[in-house]
Design a protein around this ligand. Structure first.
Ligand code: PRP
Ligand code: URA
Length: 207
């Protein structure tokens, strides 16, 4: 289940991120803003419940989210760049972390860290990572979360390659995947073309 979010504001900001001359500061700010905008779309069908409140004028029933404290799961490192934007929309969220890096030789994900709340089986998880390239990292993160009991999971990425979409939707057909763009292809180093380069390096200025 893949959804490409084509909102003009997101497309505009993504173009600015792609430009090679965009500074680390601007790149980080744009990613934060896009993550916030993507959450708007991702949560479109989140359930609501009615509660009784009093306005300064009168008592009334009004709607709130059933689940306010979702779990945001950035895939380290680059996923951290999207976590802040999601947190702004869900200030009571927990933040779990999954540390994965892509081995430059094998291109396979290597896990080096994970820390999450004990009740992830009862909560909605929003996994964030800007890049869905071969799909190895996101697919491994989803498997890890499922093995720990989570079942209500959403994956939110910024830029995807067709290969990454294919892998993650095949490995995890039950998981809704949201992206802002599906690019042309992967190059020989499994970088997304045209993509935006190395997201982690551009967020953290580690060139
Ligand atoms: C990048 C990116 C994804 C992964 C995508 O992380 O943030 O996690 O690559 O590639 P894949 O779909 O082929 O697995 P990277 O391994 O460069 O680590 P970093 O975030 O620490 O820079
Ligand atoms: N990871 C990145 O940061 N960029 C890519 O294009 C592919 C993987």
């Amino acid at each position: 289940m893949i959804t490409e979010i084509k909102h003009p504001l997101i497309q505009h900001k993504l173009t600015l991120m792609r430009k090679k001359e965009t500074s680390t500061k601007d790149f980080r700010e744009l990613l934060d803003e896009i993550a916030m905008l993507m959450v708007y779309e991702v949560t479109r069908d989140f359930p609501l419940k009615e509660i009784a409140i009093e306005t300064p004028v009168a008592p009334c029933k009004s709607k709130v989210l059933v689940e306010e404290n979702v779990v945001i799961v950035p895939i380290l490192r680059a996923g951290l760049g999207m976590a802040g934007g999601v947190l702004k929309m869900f200030p009571n969220a927990s933040v779990a972390h999954i540390g994965l890096y892509r081995d430059p030789e094998t291109l396979k994900p290597v896990e080096y860290y994970s820390k999450m709340p004990s009740d992830i089986d009862k909560r909605t998880l929003i996994v964030v990572d800007p890049m869905l390239a071969t799909g190895g990292s996101s697919s491994a993160a989803l498997t890890l979360l499922k093995n720990k009991g989570a079942s209500n999971i959403i994956l939110m990425c910024l830029v995807a390659a067709p290969k990454g979409v294919e892998v993650v939707t095949k490995d995890h057909p039950d998981i809704p995947v949201y992206v802002a763009a599906i690019d042309e292809r992967l190059n020989d180093h499994a970088y997304i073309v045209p993509g935006l380069g190395d997201a982690g390096d551009r967020i953290f200025g580690t060139f």
